[in-house]
Design a protein around this ligand. Structure first.
Ligand SMILES: [Zn+2]
Length: 230
């Protein structure tokens, strides 16, 4: 059993309030760029259960929202900072053995992941204008997608472990169990690296991604307005 905590590490710090995101540039960006389809990673067969918990934030401007996220966001031990979202994951493994006088073989492994996702909920003040609302809707959806991706990465590793467990054969079942534990530790170490790599890439792409998502929303809004007029 292991415990992993990861989050959208630090991508918001100093970025949410950067000038590109402020006010009226959105329409200009809309004219210059096009939306791309979002890729959805493949899902494995290991079982995953999800629980959601929320923390409330206030703030009427992007600067205030950023400050609120920094104040109320979940604390991530690995970085010592607060984050806009986080996912706690608990792995458990069950193995079935087949034993005779000579050896013990693992015949089946079941790995389950229990995920608790912590997400922000914005209590929008009346004074918040529609630009801020649009950006928040886009950002919060992206935070959710990001955390969901961590779960999918975990699920794929859980599946990999499930597939590898039946290769274990040992003189006794006690030794087979030890090998299974070692195998799990190895997969979890690999998983941790995969999660960190994912955070790195997501951090680098953050601005570009958010702009693309904003454009997509604006296009949908425009199409809706057009359809209403006709
Ligand atoms: Zn993350």
């Amino acid at each position: 059993m292991a415990f992993i905590l990861c989050s959208l590490s630090g991508v918001l710090r100093g970025r949410l309030s950067s000038p590109w995101i402020r006010g009226k540039t959105l329409k200009r960006i809309l004219a210059a760029m096009t939306a791309l389809a979002l890729g959805v990673p493949a899902a494995g067969a290991a079982t995953v259960s999800r629980t959601y918990s929320y923390f409330s934030i206030g703030g009427g401007t992007l600067d205030e929202i950023e400050a609120e996220l920094g104040k109320h966001g979940p604390h991530v031990e690995s970085s010592g900072q607060r984050h806009p979202g986080a996912t706690q994951m608990k792995f458990s493994m069950r193995v079935a053995y087949s034993e005779n006088e000579k050896r013990c073989r693992i015949v089946k492994g079941t790995v389950s992941v229990k995920a608790t996702v912590i997400l922000p909920k914005w209590r929008r003040p009346k004074r918040a204008d529609s630009d801020v609302r649009l950006i928040w809707d886009t950002l919060s959806a992206d935070i959710k997608r990001h955390e969901e991706s961590h779960i999918i990465i975990a699920k794929n590793h859980a599946r990999e472990l499930e597939d590898a467990l039946p290769s274990i054969v040992a003189p006794t079942c006690k030794e087979a169990a030890e090998e299974a534990k070692a195998m799990m530790a190895k997969v979890l170490a690999k998983l941790e690296k995969a999660q960190n790599d994912f955070d790195k890439v997501e951090g680098l792409n953050f601005e570009r991604r958010l702009i693309r998502l904003l454009i997509y929303r604006l296009q949908r809004m425009e199409a809706y307005e057009k359809a209403k007029k006709n």
